[in-house]
Write a protein that binds this ligand. Structure first.
Ligand code: KE4
Length: 432
């Protein structure tokens, strides 16, 4: 079934004349999988519709935010109801207080929280606060983890950076890079070695408590608690970057799921219900160092924007009031993963699949994938062919081996069956 993509191709041709690479975020350009990106026109529930009228079952969901599916009535109503009050004031509003109180009630580590406009702003700000609070300069991140495009993080970065082969981006100065130390994910010994080599110099350790940006990699048994203990002992600020996992793996994110409480948490994606929202929060004594309460400066014209708060409040309130949704997401994702494993077994294939809750990745390698090095043993050419075989069958996957899939509550059992039928045909086509 070859879908017609004429309009998308025309738009992509035009876009490349006015936007770098024709996209406003690199991973959307399909560079890692070949072919040309599709331009989406609308979406509803589990489906995306492109400019040529093709329908796709969506397994990206805007890279996480659309956990309730697209155009959810309660989120759209909240935005419609907020519109007549104008779009932005640049002054404090009631909704921001309500949003902060709701986040604090849902996320165990957050005692105070500051709203920003993206996950990148959240992580950039959190690191500055940790450095200001401790008076230390260095930070530890993990190879393959992605924390947005802030300079400090574009060292051994995952997601689009590794997808495009620039895990250490040009433009990041040596001075900045010198203050970012890296260790393999799941390697506590490597972290201890870095701490021993930099005594009393490390302000923070930041990580994805469940990694989505090298493909899906769960924390090894004891890894999160081990980091927690090390940070407590050394006076290092432990930051969980829950931009992906927050409100997705549980109401309280990965920190609730694994029972390990960081000192600070960064949030994004779901928090905005599809609108541009990020946030960072944590212990009161750390957050009270943030201006104007304290000396660490951070600001934003549209931070706490009333329309974005309305969408975010509707999304978080729905999740807070429907905790049964997480069991539903677990069940449908188990069906997708177990069905894929069964398809592979019947076809004599033995690729690795990692899953936590409603996030999962199929790695085109037979090795266990526990860190960046093992994720990179995947056959990227084969992944690209699989991606297009699924796309031709109306299944929209992340266009990179180094990304995770995000399941929405709009994916029902019958849609999972359709996905698995396409998956079987796509895997068979790879063998032809
Ligand atoms: P944004 O600045 O893109 O809102 O958030 C940055 C960020 C921070 N932390 C984590 C754990 C993240 O996954 C992200 C962004 N995730 C990517 C997907 N891998 C966004 C998609 C894109 O770059 O277009």
């Amino acid at each position: 079934m070859s879908l017609i993509h004429t309009t998308s191709q025309e738009l992509f041709q035009r876009a490349q004349q006015s936007i770098p690479g024709g996209v406003n975020s690199p991973v959307r350009a399909f560079r890692a999988v070949g072919g040309k990106p599709l331009f989406m026109k609308s979406a509803k529930g589990a489906y995306l519709y492109d400019e040529d009228g093709n329908q796709y079952l969506d397994l990206i969901n805007s890279w996480g935010p659309m956990i309730l599916g697209h155009a959810h009535e309660e989120i759209e109503k909240a935005v419609r109801d907020a519109l007549p009050g104008s779009l932005s004031f640049g002054a404090p509003t009631r909704r921001e207080v309500e949003m902060a109180e709701l986040i604090i009630s849902m996320v165990p580590s957050v005692e105070k929280v500051r709203m920003v406009n993206s996950g990148t702003e959240a992580t950039m700000s959190a690191i500055r606060v940790a450095r200001g609070y401790t008076g230390r300069d260095k930070m530890i991140k993990f190879e393959g983890c992605y924390h947005g495009h802030g300079d400090s993080f574009l060292i051994a970065a995952g997601s689009g950076a590794i997808t495009l082969g620039v895990p250490d981006s040009p433009g990041v100065t040596k001075g900045v890079a010198n203050d970012t130390l890296t260790a393999p994910y799941n390697d506590l010994e490597a972290v201890q070695t870095l701490i021993d080599a930099n005594p009393a110099q490390i302000a923070a350790i930041i990580l994805e408590p469940v990694v989505g940006n090298m493909g899906l990699v769960p924390p090894a048994e004891g890894f999160l608690q081990g980091l927690r203990d090390l940070c407590t002992k050394e006076g290092i600020v432990l930051i969980f970057d829950e931009v992906m996992t927050g409100f997705r793996l549980a109401k309280g994110g990965a920190q609730e799921l694994y029972g390990v409480t960081p000192d600070m948490t960064t949030l994004g994606k779901i928090i905005g219900g599809g609108m541009p929202v990020g946030a960072y929060g944590g212990k009161v004594d750390i957050m009270n160092s943030v201006a104007p309460a304290g000396p660490v400066y951070q600001a934003g014209t549209l931070s706490g924007n009333p329309i974005a708060m309305s969408a975010g409040m509707a999304a978080l309130s729905y999740l807070n009031e429907h905790p049964e949704l997480y069991a539903q997401l677990q069940q449908i994702t188990d069906k997708l993963v177990n069905g894929t494993k069964q398809n592979m077994q019947e076809l004599g294939l033995n690729y690795t699949i990692n899953q936590v809750g409603s996030m999962y990745s199929v790695f085109f390698t037979e090795e266990p994938v526990t860190d960046f090095a093992s994720a990179k043993t995947s056959d990227l050419e084969l992944f690209g062919r699989y991606f297009h075989q699924m796309l031709q069958r109306g299944i929209y996957l992340a266009p990179s081996q180094f990304e995770t899939l995000f399941v929405s509550s709009a994916i029902t059992d019958d849609l999972a069956e359709a996905y698995l039928a396409a998956n079987r045909e796509a895997l068979q086509a790879l063998q032809a």
